[in-house]
Design a protein around this ligand. Structure first.
Ligand code: DAH
Length: 494
C-alpha cells in the first residue's frame, strides 16, 4: 500500500520472516524513524506518517503504539475504526442493536456502545482464560498492533473490565470487532457484536439464595410462544460441566433457564418485527408466515461453563446467531466480584441484520450508496431490503506453487509451504481489491508427484455492489494481487 504523506510517498509492505511459523511484519522501507498517525474520529482519514526521533510507532486516536514483529494490521483496516455502524441512527446494524437492547432494559442493564477497539492481549484473551495455544491467538486469525496489543476480536474482551466496574446487575456492549478471515458474502474483516451479561450477588439476594432470586426474576420476563428445541440437559459431566467448586446444580439450572428465556425473548422481539413488516408490505409467502423455530445446542467457550449456542431456522437452514453460557467464576474472582454469579452472551449483529432485513451480502453494510442507506429508517419500521441492481461478476484465477521448505531461492524472507496460511492470501486480496471482491475460493490443490511441491489455485470473484466493473479494472487489480502474492508470500506463479 502506498501512502501519500505531505508530498512524500512511503511504502508499507508485509513480509514473512523465515522460520517464523506464522504472522507478518510491518516493514517501513522508506525511512526507519517514522510514526504512522491515525485519528479515528474523522471519517475516512488516511494514516499519516511523520518523522520522529522515536522508534517506529503507530499513533491511533492520539495514543502511540510501538510496532514490532507481531504487527500485522494493514493500513486499510484503520479506515474502519471511525465508521461505528452500530451508532449510525438509521443503519441496519444500529437498528438491530436498538431492537436487541429493548430486551435488556436499563437500569438493570447499562448499555456500553463506545469502547475503543484497541485492547491488550490480556483483555482479549488472558482475562477470559484462553489457553496459550488457542488458535484464536494466532497471527493468521487476529490483527496485532504489536505483541501485547490487538484489535479486539470479540466484545468479550471488555467483560472483565465491566465486571470490575460493577455499575449495574447487567450490561450490554455493542462494538466493532476485527478478524482475519475468509472472503465471502457472510465474512468481513470487521463486523459488530453485542455482548450481554446478567449477574446476581450472593450478598444481596434475599437469604443468600441465588437460585430462588433467579427463578423469581425469570417469572418477571415476558412470556413467548416461540417454538424452541432444547434436547440437551443443562449440564453434561464431560461435554458441558458444572463449575462444581463454585456453583450448585440448582443455581446453574436457574441461571441457564434465565439466560435461555432472555435470549429467546430477544429473538421474538427481533423476528416478530421483521414478520410484521413483511406482512405489512404484502409479503405473505411461506418463509414469512411459518412460525419461527430456534434450537439450543451445546458449545464450548473458555470463559463459560456450561456453554450453549442458539440457532435459528431460516430459509431451510439452521443458522448459529449467538454463543453464551454461565460465566466462569475465575473471571469474576479476578475481576474482584467473587460473590457474583451469572450468565453472558455474544451475538453477531450483521448475522442477525442479514436475516432481519434480507441483506444478501455483508459488504453492503459498509456501502455509502444512498440506494442502500435510504432504505432503512427506524426500529419501528423494519423493511425487507430491495436490491438496487446486481452488476456482472468478473472472476479471475491465480495459480501458484508454494515455496518448498528446502528451496532457498529468492531470499529468506518468504513463507515456505508449512508456514502458508490461506488468511494471508485473503489479506493481500482484501488490501488490494477491498469491497470490489465478492469472494475468494480455493478451486484446485495439487502436489507434484516427483518434486513434492504443492500448487494451489484460487478463484477471485470481482464484483462491485454499486457499478459495473470494467474488465481492464479487474485485470489491473488481479495483476497487483499476483505481484503481491509473489512479493509477500514468496509463491511462484504458474
Ligand atoms: N465471544 C464469543 C465469540 O466471539 C461469543 C460469546 C460466547 C460471548 C459466550 C459470550 C459468551 O459472552 O458467554 O464467539
Amino acid at each position: 500500500m502506498k501512502l501519500a504523506v505531505a508530498g512524500r510517498v512511503v511504502r508499507l509492505a508485509w513480509s514473512k520472516r523465515s522460520g517464523a511459523a506464522i504472522g507478518a511484519r510491518l516493514r517501513i522501507e522508506a525511512r526507519s524513524q517514522q510514526q504512522l498517525r491515525f485519528q479515528s474520529t474523522v471519517v475516512q482519514q488516511t494514516p499519516i506518517i511523520e518523522h520522529s526521533s522515536e522508534a517506529p510507532s503507530l499513533e491511533i486516536d492520539g495514543k502511540s503504539h510501538a510496532i514490532d514483529d507481531w504487527t500485522n494490521v494493514p493500513p486499510s483496516i484503520f479506515s474502519f475504526l471511525p465508521r461505528k455502524l452500530h451508532l449510525q441512527p438509521s443503519h441496519p446494524v444500529s437498528i438491530t442493536r436498538q431492537v436487541i437492547e429493548r430486551s435488556f432494559p436499563s437500569p438493570t442493564y447499562t448499555h456500553y456502545n463506545d469502547l475503543h477497539p484497541i485492547v491488550t492481549v490480556a483483555q482479549n484473551f488472558d482475562s477470559l482464560g484462553f489457553p496459550q495455544d488457542h488458535p484464536g491467538r494466532s497471527r493468521t486469525d487476529t490483527y496485532y498492533i504489536n505483541k501485547d496489543t490487538v484489535l479486539r476480536t470479540h466484545t468479550s474482551a471488555h467483560e472483565a473490565d465491566i465486571f470490575r466496574d460493577n455499575k449495574s446487575e447487567g450490561y450490554t456492549i455493542s462494538a466493532d470487532v476485527y478478524r482475519r478471515d475468509a472472503i465471502d458474502r457472510s465474512h468481513y474483516p470487521v463486523f459488530h457484536q453485542m455482548e450481554g451479561s446478567r449477574m446476581w450477588d450472593r450478598r444481596k439476594v434475599p437469604g443468600g439464595d441465588i437460585a430462588k432470586a433467579v427463578w423469581a426474576d425469570l417469572e418477571r420476563l415476558p412470556k413467548h410462544n416461540l417454538e424452541v428445541e432444547d434436547p440437551n440437559p443443562t449440564i453434561h459431566p464431560e461435554r458441558n460441566p458444572l463449575q462444581a467448586e463454585h456453583h450448585s446444580f440448582g443455581e446453574v439450572e436457574a441461571t441457564a433457564a434465565h439466560l435461555k428465556r432472555s435470549l429467546e425473548g430477544m429473538v421474538v422481539e427481533l423476528f416478530s418485527r421483521a414478520q410484521k413488516a413483511a406482512i405489512a408490505a404484502g409479503n405473505t409467502n411461506a418463509d414469512v408466515m411459518e412460525p419461527l423455530k430456534v434450537r439450543w445446542v451445546e458449545a464450548y467457550f473458555p470463559f463459560t461453563s456450561p456453554s450453549y449456542e442458539l440457532e435459528v431456522f431460516w430459509q431451510g437452514d439452521w443458522l448459529e446467531i449467538l454463543g453464551c453460557g454461565v460465566t466462569k467464576q475465575e473471571l469474576l474472582i479476578d475481576a474482584g466480584v467473587p460473590d457474583q454469579l451469572g450468565w453472558a452472551f455474544g451475538v453477531g449483529l450483521e448475522r442477525v441484520a442479514m436475516l432481519l432485513f434480507s441483506i444478501p451480502d455483508i459488504r453492503l453494510f459498509w456501502s455509502k450508496d444512498p440506494r442502500f442507506l435510504s432504505q432503512f429508517s427506524t426500529m419501528e419500521n423494519i423493511n425487507t431490503f430491495v436490491p438496487f441492481s446486481r452488476h456482472p461478476a468478473c472472476y479471475k484465477d491465480v495459480s501458484f506453487w508454494l515455496r518448498s521448505s528446502s528451496s532457498s531461492a529468492g531470499g529468506g524472507l518468504k513463507a515456505n509451504a508449512q508456514d502458508f496460511h490461506e488468511n494471508d492470501v485473503m489479506e493481500v486480496v482484501r488490501d488490494i481489491g477491498g469491497d470490489l471482491v465478492e469472494d475468494v475460493k480455493l478451486t484446485d490443490k495439487f502436489t507434484h508427484p516427483v518434486s513434492g511441491r504443492k500448487s494451489l489455485c484460487y478463484r477471485i470473484n470481482y464484483r462491485s455492489l454499486e457499478r459495473t466493473l470494467r474488465n481492464e479494472e479487474a485485470n489491473e487489480l488481479h495483476d497487483s494481487v499476483k505481484g503481491r502474492l509473489v512479493e509477500e508470500l514468496g509463491v511462484e506463479l504458474r
